[in-house]
Structure formats: C-alpha cells, structure tokens
Design a protein around this ligand. Sequence first.
Ligand code: NAP
Length: 278
Amino acid sequence: MTLIDGKAVSAAVKERIKKEIEEKNLKIGLAVVIVGTDQASRVYVNNKKKACEFCGITSYEYALPEETTEEQLLELVDKLNGDGNVNGILVQLPLPNQIDEKKIIERINPEKDVDAFNAVNVGKIMIGDYSFLPCTPAGVMELIKSTGTEISGKECVVIGRSNIVGKPMAMLLLHENATVTVCHSKTRNLKEVCSRADILVSAVGKAGFVTADMVKEGALVIDVGMNRNAEGKLCGDVDFNSVKDKCGFITPVPGGVGPMTIAMLMENTLRAGKLQSL
Ligand code: NAP
C-alpha cells in the first residue's frame, strides 16, 4: 500500500501559485465571509487565510454575528461583487438557519464564485466547459493523478451524492473517461458495488463506514470524510487500519483530501483574478 500524501501534493500546488503571483506581480484578493461562531468553520477559515498569506493572495475577512439576517448577508455579497480588489468570494457554509444558503450562493457573481457552487458554474462543469472546478473534487483528481494511475476506462465508485462533493466528483471522473457509479443511502448491495471499484471515493461523513470487505484488492481509495471518532479525533470514512493492507493507494485523514481542498481554492482564486483582468 502507498500512502497518498495530500500535504505534499497541496504544498506543490501552493508553491506553483505563489511563484506565478510573484513572477507576474499579480494583485489577487479573496473575501472570506463567516457567519456565527461554529468552531469547525472557524478552523477552515483560518486555514484558508493562512494559505492566502503563503501564496501572496490578499484575504479580506468578514466575520458576521450569528444573528445576521439574509438581507444583510445579501448586501455584503452585492458589495463584494462590485469590489475591484476582490477576485473571489467564499461564504463559509453552513449558514445559520435564518439564511437561505441557496439564495446567497446564487447571488455571488459566477466570475467570483471560487467554490463553484453557483448554478452557472455547476452547469458549466456538467457540460465540461468550466473556469472553476469545485475545490474538493478537483483536489481528489489531483491526488489520483499524483499516483500516476490511469483513470480512463477504470471502474470508479463514488459513495455520496451531495452537490458539493459526490455529484461533481462523479462528473470529473466521467470527463476523464472513467465508468462511474454513484452510491447513496438507498443503494442496494453497497458492498458488492464498492468491491468492483478500481478507484473508490468515499464522501459519506461516517467514521469507519468503508471496511476492508468493500474494497477490491489493490484499489485506489480516496477518503473525503471528515468526522470525529469516539475520542474526538479527526478521522475519515474509511476504516484505515483494515483497508490499508488491501488497497494499492490510500489517502490518510488528516493529511489527505483536506489540504488539497484549500490548495484548489487558491488555484481558483488565482484563475478568477486572471480571468477578470482579461
Ligand atoms: P452530505 O451532504 O451529508 O452527503 C452524504 C452522502 O452520503 C449523501 O449522498 C448520503 O446519501 C450518503 N450516505 C449516507 N449514509 C449512507 C449509507 N449508509 N450508504 C450509502 N450512502 C450514504 O455530505 P458532504 O457534504 O458530501 O460531505 C461528506 C463528507 O465529506 C463529510 O464528512 C464532510 O465533512 C466531508 N467533506 C470533506 C471535505 C474536505 O475538504 N476534506 C470537503 C467537503 C466535505 P443520500 O443522498 O441518500 O442521503
């Protein structure tokens, strides 16, 4: 088994971005909006700000109180849409209940939608003609490619069909000519389906969900899950200890997909800046 080092791959991506920004003397800005005091969201936002600093991207943080109204957040999005220093806008999810996430996402100018959650960008991904790829699935593609594994013609199984991970993940694999199966909570014979996978991507959100009997000998296993185990430790969906002896490649959690998601956000922000300066 070979461990796929997400930290190393993401570091290389960030180095490349930093170099390009330095060499071309680009001025790139990312607005990061966080509403409320969710601890996990705070950690993600801090990591994104750190990555911006490393790459030479200016980050503008907007930390709004929990009781912020939808109207107030829409006003801020409008302001950022019109701000020439802001090339990318990221609204950290989840948002408090009084705010309709969909309305906020749809209000972000698609050219600044560096998460690629806006329907315009989702549609572009579907037809394979896109400016931004959604960060987590794009990061997974980089990790698969880093192993030198050919994707074309392979059996790929994605567990999970969310709009932000599972569905776009399936689409990116399909664009690379994989034969893709998407599983979800109503899938029958999940074990059997997963055991067919040359490349298995799990995005379920349940610790220990993928066990060795679901994995084909020598498969490439990508663990997108970010969960807390009984001891409160960060862990993925995959039962790492049993699966590692059966698979060919595997991503650890932490240190796998997580760092890649942030690196791809930097990539999208740089791309947004370049597209807007055309
Ligand atoms: P989500 O919206 O909750 O989707 C979970 C998916 O898993 C759903 O499609 C659900 O099926 C499916 N599922 C649940 N139980 C199942 C079962 N017993 N058998 C088969 N499928 C089942 O979650 P998400 O936003 O996609 O995130 C998934 C995980 O990835 C979470 O742990 C999240 O924290 C993590 N994540 C990590 C990153 C990163 O950067 N590393 C980024 C984003 C998300 P139904 O559709 O039928 O309900």
